[in-house]
Design a protein around this ligand. Structure first.
Ligand code: HEC
Ligand code: HEC
Length: 526
């Protein structure tokens, strides 16, 4: 609440971070895996006394030099700019807690950069043993670089005992540290092989091309075999709620995992075909396809990892929108806007104050939602929802969808946010339904309020075709089991009975009549 919001309605800060981070992470994994690849390729060239292989290795080294020293460094600085602007709270928190880990990582990066310069410019000019040692230094420094940054990234997902004792080492060697470290290491090796596939496709010397393709293909396959169990281990080590999101409770992660699996399949199939079955297919387009698969995989993996932390940016400590659980309690008591130092509006005048709602949206929802942008657009997400449905939804937002943080603020502020989303953004008038939540509530009202937020009535009608009343009622006790993406309905059994009755009536018109009579009764009674 102590920082301004960098408001980018169409893009969203999260997407900016993702774009730069995925590119940076992809390249830094290349640089790491490439280090080992260089050492082994050079050794192969020396052992076989093959000038072609040595020259091939030297060209590779030049690429890694450019990638580490230019792209790696620039995108690394870019990440710092972006994260400190998009989420100053979390950035400051990490600096306060992990400054020395970061400093060490930078030293390693420095060593890595110097080593690759020396390696490249002395290629063929230094005695072989020493030159190979320099290659090892490059690889070792890159690996240690991963070691240190990995501690911090994993901390954000699984702070572990740190939350109890606040100890640096508990935070650094947190529950996902080792599995993530090994998994990323092998992924880096895979990428190095994939990249070498690309460069070999440009080779003119057919004999050399064949040798190096086979070498790179085996390299990729062996790395994949090692990465698979580490990936599994990593999944097992992810803490409870994040694990549930990865396992299917989050629609966005579902999509990412889906692409990730296709990407892995693509890498395996391309590699097998290219080296074992039909080496003649090893053309530039095929290598590019492989390269893209690897990029897609990295994107899917990083995206899932970031998204599985939701609603937190640092699990259990700071929410994605920069608020902490402590801030929430304070805002619920005294109001949010008054305490938000950079808010332009200081108080919601009523429960329909659109200006106040806009301000609250920026501070609490914009971290994950764009306004008519391409990523998680709030306008399309709220299209079918009425003012009252939204007001109720926001009040329970963290229970309905546990990847969203709880709403922070008083009743007027909550209403104002709903007003901004319906009237402000969609231009729909605010309609206050009859006070249906009180006593005389009928199934239909409850149904519309609770069940049509995420899917239309027609879908439920179609899916429950042929179900008897008891089955529907039973399903309402455990909606999440029906569909992992659907939250359980939280309400007393009497409300479930009413909703079940209404859903039953959708496919069974006779019950419909009773329902109509019921709702007439309700109206009469009021
Ligand atoms: C930590 C990230 C995050 C924050 C912060 C967040 N949301 Fe969401 N929200 C999501 C995700 C992810 C989805 C689901 C997107 C999908 O279905 O693909 C979602 C979906 C929604 C939906 C669609 C209905 C549904 O349940 O799928 C609404 C409405 C919504 N959010 C409102 C809000 C409001 C209002 C705020 C601010 C008080 C907010 N969100 C803050 C991540 C967030
Ligand atoms: C926060 C979002 C959300 C809410 C609220 C929600 N659902 Fe769902 N529901 C889903 C999603 C996502 C699916 C899967 C949709 C699909 O298959 O296209 C689903 C599917 C269903 C299905 C079909 C299940 C199947 O067999 O495939 C039924 C029945 C259903 N919902 C009933 C309800 C009822 C009743 C309520 C109100 C108490 C409700 N839903 C509220 C998200 C939600």
């Amino acid at each position: 609440m102590n920082y301004p919001v960098w408001y980018l309605p169409e893009i969203g800060g999260g997407t900016l971070i993702a774009l730069i981070a995925v590119a940076h992470v992809y390249v830094s994994h290349f640089a790491l895996g490439g280090g080992l690849y260089l050492v082994f390729a050079e050794r192969k060239g020396l052992r076989e006394n093959n000038r072609g292989i040595l020259e091939f290795t030297r060209t590779h080294a030049r690429f890694f030099l450019l990638m580490t020293a230019v792209f790696g460094a620039i995108s690394g600085v870019g990440i710092w700019f972006i994260i400190s602007l998009v989420n100053p709270v979390a950035t400051s928190f990490l600096i306060h807690n992990f400054l020395f880990a970061w400093a060490t990582e930078w030293v390693m990066f420095g060593v890595e950069t110097v080593a690759i310069f020396v390696y490249f410019y002395t290629f063929g000019k230094m005695d072989d043993r020493t030159h190979q040692k320099i290659g090892w230094i490059y690889f070792g420094a890159a690996w240690l670089s991963l070691f240190f940054i990995n501690g911090i990234i994993c901390f954000m997902l699984s702070p572990g005992d740190w939350t109890v004792n606040g100890d640096f080492w508990s935070g650094f060697f947190n529950p996902t540290f080792w599995p993530s470290f090994f998994f990323r290491t092998f992924v880096a090796f895979i990428f190095a092989g994939v990249y070498a596939f690309l460069t070999t496709s440009f080779l003119r010397d057919m004999e050399l091309k064949k040798t190096m393709s086979r070498f790179s293909g085996l390299w990729v396959l062996v790395s994949m075999l090692c990465a698979a169990p580490c990936g599994f281990w990593y999944l097992q080590s992810i803490p409870g709620q994040a694990r549930a999101l990865v396992d299917g409770a989050s629609p966005t992660i579902n999509t990412a995992v889906y692409y990730g699996i296709w990407a892995i399949a693509g890498i395996v199939i391309c590699t097998l075909v290219l080296i074992l079955l039909k080496p003649s297919l090893h053309t530039r387009p095929a290598s590019f396809a492989l390269f893209l698969c690897a990029f897609l995989f990295m994107g899917a993996f990083e995206w899932s990892r970031e998204a599985s932390r939701r609603p937190f940016v640092i699990n259990g400590v700071i929410y994605s929108n920069g608020l902490t659980p402590g801030d929430m309690a304070e805002a619920d008591r005294d109001g949010f806007l008054g305490a938000a130092r950079w808010a332009r509006v200081k108080e919601a005048q009523s429960d329909e104050d659109i200006e106040a709602g806009r301000e609250i949206f920026k501070f609490q929802c914009h971290a994950c939602h764009t306004v008519r942008g391409f990523n998680n657009d709030i306008v399309s997400r709220t299209r079918g929802m009425s003012y009252e449905a939204l007001d109720a939804y926001i009040g329970k937002i963290h229970q309905i969808r546990y990847f969203m943080p709880p709403f922070a603020g008083n009743d007027k502020e909550r209403g104002s946010l709903a007003a901004y989303l319906t009237k402000g953004l969609q231009g729909r008038e605010i309609v206050r339904e009859k006070p249906s939540a009180a006593g005389g509530a009928r199934g239909k009202g409850l149904f519309l309020k609770n069940c049509t937020l995420c899917h239309p009535e027609s879908l439920i009608k179609e899916k429950t075709h042929g179900w008897d009343l008891e089955k529907i009622r039973h399903a309402l006790d455990n909606l999440n089991a029906l569909q992992p993406a659907m939250p359980d309905f939280i309400g007393p059994p009497a409300e479930k009975d009413l909703i079940a009755g209404y859903i039953y009536s959708l496919n069974n018109p006779r019950a419909d009549e009773t329902e109509k009579a019921d709702s007439d009764d309700g109206r009469g009674a009021r």
